[in-house]
Design a protein around this ligand. Structure first.
Ligand code: UDX
Length: 439
């Protein structure tokens, strides 16, 4: 089978490389020629654990090109893995998906299955089918299938090679059979349904997870008020198999390329059909507030951050990625700068991307110790292992005042209490072994 993949972002490139790992020959297409030449020399343009090695290992089965006609004209299966960013009104921007659909319609010369991996609003696959059929240049049969992607950034390769499930949405049985063959080696449960249900499975899954996070964050906020401990609460809840013990980590809210976008897109879609998705709306609202939680907490210790040296540990929306999309730092750091704070930031892989946004106002370092030195306060935004494994005495040793605001509950509260520190985390008691007084 000849396979082409449109788009070489997180979804497209990981899909292409993993399909090659399971024996397929894959042509990856992207309009960005710089990215293509990088990949042609075996270099992954994105940071994703294991991707670079897997790509190198399978280079003989991978072709990279910006010439879409070459890639699509005789393909049997074409995956679409291009972005569907959020529009200002919260709906999904489908211009890239439709753009690829038109290119496919212009190029294909034999029957093929078009597999939509990009997260698209319910009903979009039907529109793609119509769009391609009405623009075909040759007399061929094209079948559009929805095949949503469930990978997480930071574990994208692992998630794809060992998928929890493969969801295939088709209106035509033979397309489903072809896709089953493509995924034969993946050894994962395969669910075949219709296109709209497959599209909905993706949104409902992501929105449910976002809801779970916003729920635990609200419970954490209440724990702080009433003096309960969110870690113990989540642990206790997680024993119930119906709840499950995953995705119950309280923090400063979800970021990334999926949850913020997919919650808003489904809410928008429901509104469009005159239905209000109230639970999803609540998840969105809670998250917006939660992102500012650390900044608001800083007001307990300082009237303003003006003139203070603020150490920021972690810039990315989660560990294991250099992605900054919807990261809480994007709303917090500008507020700090606006206040007149001197911001020093540490991140193992996210600095380069952050520098593109804030080049002058921030000092960057790849050393945690350097970042903390002489700081008045430390904000932790990402639970990188390097942060979690830090020797807790460092805060008192190198900071001017060891006030640590931890948005990801990186440390065991009992361990923290052994040190001279002010430690304020999410949904847990505040530790103040220095017995400092604040206004
Ligand atoms: C997510 C989904 O997990 C994945 O299935 C989907 O395909 C794309 O969206 P991703 O955005 O890569 O993946 O990251 P994920 O690990 O799910 O985390 C998303 C955000 O939620 C991060 O900001 C993370 O810090 C936050 N989160 C996650 C919490 O705050 N608490 C948790 O318990 C889990």
């Amino acid at each position: 089978m000849k396979i082409a993949v449109a788009g070489t972002g997180y979804v497209g490139l990981v899909t292409g490389v993993c399909l090659a790992e399971y024996g397929h020959s894959v042509t990856c297409v992207d309009i960005d020629e710089n990215k293509i030449s990088l990949m042609q020399s075996g270099i992954s343009p994105i940071y994703e654990p294991g991707l670079q090695d897997l790509m190198k290992k399978n280079m003989a089965k991978l072709l990279f090109t910006s010439n879409y006609v070459e890639a699509y004209h005789n393909a049997d299966v074409i995956f679409i893995g291009v972005g569907t960013p959020e529009k200002p009104d919260g709906s999904a921007d489908l211009q890239y998906v439709y753009g690829v659909a038109e290119q496919i319609a212009n190029s294909v010369k034999n029957d093929c299955v078009i597999v939509v991996k990009s997260t698209v609003p319910i009903g979009t696959n039907d529109k793609i089918q119509e769009l391609i059929e009405s623009n075909l240049k040759h007399d061929v049969k094209v079948s559009v299938a929805s095949n949503p992607e469930f990978l997480s950034q930071g574990s994208a390769v692992k998630d794809t090679l060992h998928s929890s499930r493969i969801v295939i949405g088709v209106e035509d049985k033979s397309a489903g059979e072809i896709l089953k063959q493509v995924y034969e080696e993946f050894n994962a449960p395969i669910l075949v349904t219709n296109r709209k249900s497959a599209e909905m499975i993706k949104y409902a899954s992501n929105d449910f997870l976002a809801l779970k996070i916003s729920f635990i964050n609200e419970i954490a906020n209440l724990c702080e008020i009433i003096g309960a401990d969110i870690e113990d609460v989540a642990h206790g809840m997680g024993f119930d198999g119906r709840i499950g013990n995953k995705f119950l980590n309280a923090g400063i809210g979800y970021g990334g390329s999926c949850f913020p976008k997919d919650t808003k897109a489904l809410h928008w879609l429901a509104n469009f059909h005159d239905y209000e998705l109230r639970t999803v709306k609540a998840a969105i609202d809670v998250n917006e507030n939660q992102k500012l939680k650390l900044y608001k907490k800083s007001r307990r210790y300082f009237d303003s951050l003006k003139g203070l040296t603020v150490a920021v540990l972690g810039l990315t929306f989660k560990p294991g990625t250099d992605d900054l999309r919807e990261a809480p730092t994007l709303v917090n750091i500008p507020l700090m700068i606006e206040d007149g704070a001197i911001v020093k930031a540490w991140d193992p892989v996210g600095i380069e991307n952050f520098q593109k946004l804030y080049s002058d106002d921030i000092t960057y370092s790849t050393s945690i110790e350097e970042t903390l030195r002489e700081a008045d306060v430390c904000f932790i935004f990402t639970e990188w292992d390097e942060v979690k494994q830090v020797d807790l005495s460092i805060f008192n040793l190198v900071m001017k005042t060891p006030i640590v605001l931890d948005g990801r509950n990186c440390f065991n509260i009992h361990e923290v209490k052994k040190h001279k520190i002010v430690y304020d985390s999410i949904g847990r008691e505040t530790v103040n072994t220095l017995e400092m007084t604040f206004v």
